[in-house]
Structures are given as C-alpha cells and as structure tokens.
Write a protein of this length. Structure first.
Length: 620
C-alpha cells in the first residue's frame, strides 16, 4: 500500500501541530518522569500522602449527603431502562452544589480539593455511571476546568457563578473525522470584518452533555499564521453559549451503556462568538484541550475504582453463597484465583488513584504523566475486574437486573456495569493514545538533549557545544543506571514482606531507564513507530508506579492499625503479579516477533486472508 506525498505531508503537519500543542515546560518534578530516567523519587510517594483531617471532614459530610440523596431519589436501573436522568435528580445535584465542586468559593463553588472531588465522583460512580458522567464531563473537562485554569477574571466572573448554580457545560473537541488526532479538525472560526467576533462553523461529535448544556468549550481552526515563511495551523478555544443563533443539536447519540447520558452531534452554523470568549489566546486551543484533559483525567481512575469495589462486594457475596459441585464457587481454585487478583488489583487501583489525586492537591509536582498512567492502569484493570465479575456470577452475570428481579432473584446489575464500563478505555484518550503520550513524555528529557543536535537549524558551533554537553551528561548518567547500592537502604522502613518488592522496583526503574535509552539508540527516529516496544516500556513504568503506590499505602495503613496486616497481603500479591508482568515485558522488549505480526496485520488489511470470512452473513 503506497502512501502518497499528500498523505505524508498531512501526517507531518498533524504531528507538527500536535507537537506544538504539547505542554513542553516541566516546572515541577514528576514522579513518573523521573522514574523513566532511573531516578525513583520515593520522597514524593513515601510516606503515602494522607488527607488532612479538615479536608476529610468536608469530604465525609458531602459524601454522606450525596449518598442519601442518590438512594432516596435515583433508581439507576430505571435510568438504564428509560435512557433519561430525571430532571428532579439533576436539580437536586445542583442544589447540593455538585456542578460547582471545583469552582473557587469566590465564584460560588464548593472549592473542593482534588481528593474530595474524586471522592464524590467515586461515590456517584459506584451507584450510577450516567450520573457520574454528567458531573464529570461538566467539570473534569467541561468549561469550568479550562476556565479555572486559563480564564480571564472577566470570563470567570461571567461564567463560573452560573456553573456553580447548576448550569451544565460540555467539551467539544471530537469531530466525525477526527478523534485521537484533533489537530486535523475542520470546524472553523473566521474573524468578522470588524475583528470583534468569530463565525464558528462545523460539527462536533459525541459531545457529552452537549444536548443539555448551556455553555460549551469548542475548539476550532482560526486563520493560520505565518511563521518562518511557513503557514502554521491555528486552533483556538471558544466559550460558546448554546442559546446563540446557529447552535443545533443534530442528533442525540445512543450507546452500548451509560444510557442516561446526554451526548450528541452538534452543528455550528456561523455562530457569532465575541472575541472576548476566546480562552487562553488565539492559536492556543489545542494546547488548552490537551492540558484540560491532562488534569481532567484524574477523575476517571476514581470513578472506575468505585466500580471495581462494587464488583468485589458482589463477587464476594455470590462466591460464598453459590454452591456447585459440593462447595461454594469461591472455594474452587480457578474462581479463587480470580477473586484474589480482583482484590489485590482493586487495592492497587485505589492506591494509584489517591496518590495521583494527592499529587494534584500538592500543586508542586507535575501530574500529567501520573494522571495518564492512573487512567490507563485503572480503566484497563477495571475492565478485567468487571469481566471476572460477570464470569463468576455465571448466567446471572449476563442477565439484566430487571429480568433477575422479575423471576424473584436479587436484581444485581453486573450486566449494566459491564456495558457502562466498556467506554472507559476509549474516552479522554484511548489506551493506545495514553501509551504513546506517556512514551513521548518519557523520551522528552533525552529528546531535548539530542534533537537540537540533529536539527539543520542548529549552527555548527552550537552543535559542537551541544555534543560536548551531551557526552558529559551521558558519561555521568548512564553508569549510574547500572549501580544498585541504595536499593536495600530504601527498603528499610517497609514491612519484611514488601522489602523485596521495593528492591525490585528500585532495580527495575534503572533497567527501564537503560532499556529506554538503548531503544532510542537502536531505533533513533524510527522509535516513534515502534508502538509495541514503547507500549511495553510504558506498561513496565505503569506497573512500577502502581507497585510504589501499593507498597507505600500499605505502610501507611499498617502504621495506623498495626494489628491489621491485610493491606500488606494485598500489596504483596499485587507486587508478585506485577513482577511477573514486568519481567515478561523486559524479556520481550528486544526479542519479539512484532515485525512479523505487523506484516501479517498488513496482509490482513489488504484482504489476503479473506477466505477466513467465508460461511457467514457478512456485516453490511
Ligand atoms: C460515550 C462517549 C463520550 C464522549 N465524550 C466526548 C466529549 O465530551 N467531548 C469530546 O470531544 N469527545 C468525546 N468523545 C470522543 C472520544 O474522546 C473519542 O471517541 C476518542 O478520543 C477516540 O476517538 P475515535 O473514537 O475517533 O477513535 P479513532 O481516533 O478513530 O481511533 C480508533 C482506534 O485506533 C486507535 N488509534 C488511533 N490513533 C492511533 C495511533 N496513532 N496509534 C495507535 N492507535 C491509534 C485508537 O486507540 C482506537 O482504538 C466521546 C466518545 C464517546 C463514545
């Protein structure tokens, strides 16, 4: 399959726009960023951060109110059946202040910490996925989030109080032809002759809350600028009110699950947007969207971890109650193994979730990689857990809650939870894109040093200077990745069962840094195409991060309640499993059949194995 020059140019431009929109500055230390450099910053993750008593009190009180409200007013199975969230529930949530959870008190919001915000979403998600999505799409990525981060005082005064009172917002980035690479968007915003307005035209797909939102943040192409003699694409973010002429909800989308969400295809036809409604500045829209997603992603781990806990509760009861072949199904080893893994993984998910949220509340550490890893790890783990839950419930796992109830059994909605959960590895950055994003950032410290050396724009004198600096840096850095003298010392404060895991994490972080460097040397510019190699590197880093969070949290929990060693059991089991995965990934890092599998995939795409599809009624 030959690729045309036009396709190559388009890909090049897309990559340039995406690269330009990257958040390039590292103003604060990053635990995960340093992990990939072989520097394990235990000081950031140990002792495990604890919520202050005052902050916990705020969260406890609000969560108690929300739990009461939901139990008294909302039937999640009815939402699933009818496909609607009752207006009285939305009004009730607004009354509780839940549309202004992160909005500062000065603008009428609750100004919750990230941990408390996550706690509320965690609670809501354990009960009704659609309600959790309504709240999260509104303020994890919807207008309040970028407005708090980047809005002018005037914009904040105008809009934040409206959201705090309950006006719903949405985030419109995706289009029918652009999903993972928004740099290619076609929605445009052309300035009016007097320069005071922009005329917005285009379509945005799958905009969650879009059909009921009052205000939406919309990303659109504004006229290109000329830089260094070349035309540069500009993407700009606009605050758009849905009552303005030209905004239309073309279609409400329906999905496999999350039946109560309002999600739509929106059309904008010459919508007149005042220039005062530009967020962050002309040409800064993609950057704004990516930064918004970087922070907004922290809510997802909290939500899916709640789902995993719900699964544990369901499975524990069922695996004790259900007797087959003379024993409770949970006593059969094949099912017991699933339960053990679900339990230790849920523990690890929670450890990662609260650690990442606590990092966000510190404000002096960078969280973009931690949030992406937490999203990747928790959403993938949660899918395995819900799958195991349905399997352990057997036929009842597949049956709807309504049907179970109608024939006199408890209406346990494992089937609904499965449908509601499937989207989580797709939205707010698919798992594949998360791995690429993390890999790109992991390589950044090396790329910053090496790329200027390869650039034709760097003068020869500068290249000599750079090369000298590079040799000095790597002559000091590389040998360090082979020495393990501090590993045992670091394990000191940990309980004996966890010491070997701490030693393993320390050693493997340096092996990871070395192998990332080796991969870069071997593949050079071609490394970006080695997605499976990069994926393994990211998977190793993610497991190491989860091991750190799990071990550190076990220490905290045991220090608070020394007679209960159960957190150590769970951290130990999670780490044993993670060690096997990490070793497996290292083993296949450079010895694999990736290239062969890729060739087979290309042949499959060319239709060379079409004979396999015979004997069926083909999809239309
Ligand atoms: C229920 C729901 C709610 C949503 N809410 C919103 C919202 O509020 N606002 C909004 O803007 N969008 C929203 N979206 C869109 C969502 O963010 C996108 O679906 C997501 O970004 C993926 O884009 P896509 O579906 O177009 O997949 P594509 O980008 O077409 O990708 C298809 C597949 O290819 C993979 N892939 C793509 N590029 C690469 C690559 N370079 N390397 C390797 N693999 C790759 C992807 O991982 C995926 O598996 C929502 C979608 C749904 C279904």
């Amino acid at each position: 399959m030959a690729i045309s020059d036009q396709e190559i140019r388009k890909k090049q431009t897309t990559l340039e726009v995406a690269e330009e929109a990257r958040e390039k500055e590292w103003r604060f230390p990053s635990f995960v960023g340093d992990l990939f450099l072989g520097r394990l910053r235990w000081d950031l993750a140990f002792p495990y951060p604890e919520q202050s008593a005052a902050d916990r009190k705020v969260g406890d009180e609000l969560c108690a109110k929300v739990a009461r409200f939901l139990k008294e007013n909302l039937d999640p199975d009815e939402v699933d059946r009818t496909g609607e969230l009752p207006q009285k529930v939305i009004d009730g949530l607004a009354k509780l202040g839940l549309f202004g959870m992160k909005i500062p008190a000065d603008y009428g919001g609750l100004h919750l910490s990230q941990v408390n915000y996550n706690r509320v979403l965690h609670l809501v998600a354990s009960y009704c996925g659609s309600t959790a999505v309504l709240l999260s799409a509104h303020q994890s990525i919807g207008v309040p989030q970028p407005l708090i981060l980047f809005g002018t005082e005037e914009q904040k005064r105008k809009y934040l109080p409206r959201f705090a009172r309950g006006e719903i917002s949405a985030f419109a980035l995706t289009e029918p032809d652009v999903g993972s690479d928004p740099a290619n968007m076609t929605t445009t915003a052309a300035p009016t002759e007097d320069g005071n307005h922009y005329l917005l035209s285009g379509e945005k797909l799958w905009c969650t809350n879009g059909p009921i939102a009052g205000v939406i943040v919309v990303m659109a192409q504004t006229p290109p600028k000329i830089a260094k003699g070349r035309e540069k694409k500009q993407i700009t973010a606009f605050i758009v009110e849905t009552t303005w002429p030209g905004v239309e909800v073309v279609h409400r989308c329906r999905f496999m699950g999350l039946n109560g969400i309002q999600n739509g295809l929106l059309r904008f036809q010459n919508v007149k947007v005042p220039k005062e409604n530009i967020l962050l500045g002309l040409g800064q829209g993609l950057k704004l969207a990516l930064i918004t997603l970087n922070t907004g992603r922290l809510a997802m781990p909290a939500a899916v971890t709640a789902g995993a806990k719900w699964c544990l509760a369901v499975t524990r009861k069922w695996a004790n109650e259900r007797v087959q072949w003379g024993a409770p199904v949970g006593h059969h080893e094949a099912i017991a193994a699933k339960i053990a893994q679900m339990t230790s993984t849920t523990y690890a998910m929670e450890s990662v979730t609260w650690l990442a949220a606590a990092f966000a509340d510190r404000k002096d550490v960078d969280i973009r990689l931690e949030a992406a890893m937490a999203k990747l790890f928790c959403t993938e783990a949660s899918w395995r857990i819900i799958d195991a839950t349905v399997q352990i419930r057997g036929g009842r796992g597949y049956e709807t809650a309504g049907s179970l109830e109608a024939r006199g059994e408890k209406g346990i909605p494992a089937e609904r939870f499965m449908r509601d959960s499937r989207i989580n590895t797709i939205i707010e950055g698919t798992s594949q894109i998360m791995r690429l994003f993390i890999a790109r950032e992991a390589l950044d410290p090396h790329a910053r040093r090496i790329l200027p050396l390869l650039s034709p724009e760097t003068s020869l004198t500068s290249k000599w200077k750079l090369a000298f600096g590079l040799v000095l840096f790597y002559a000091a850095w590389y040998p360090k990745q082979w020495f393990f003298w501090s590993d045992r010392k670091m394990a000191g404060p940990f309980p004996s069962k966890l010491k070997r895991h701490v030693i393993f994490i320390n050693k493997m972080s340096r092996r990871l840094a070395r192998d990332l460097f080796h991969a870069m040397m071997i593949h050079q510019r071609g490394l970006e195409k080695k997605q499976r190699l990069l994926g393994r590197i990211v998977n190793i880093g993610t497991d190491l991060f989860a091991m750190v969070a799990s071990c550190s949290r076990a220490c905290l929990l045991v220090s608070k309640n020394p007679s209960d060693e159960t957190p150590i059991d769970l951290a130990d089991l999670f780490c044993r499993d993670a060690q096997r995965r990490v070793n497996g990934h290292f083993h296949t890092l450079f010895r694999n059949h990736d290239a062969y599998a890729y060739r087979i995939a290309r042949k499959a795409l060319e239709g060379r194995y079409n004979w396999l599809e015979q004997g069926i009624i083909p999809p239309t």
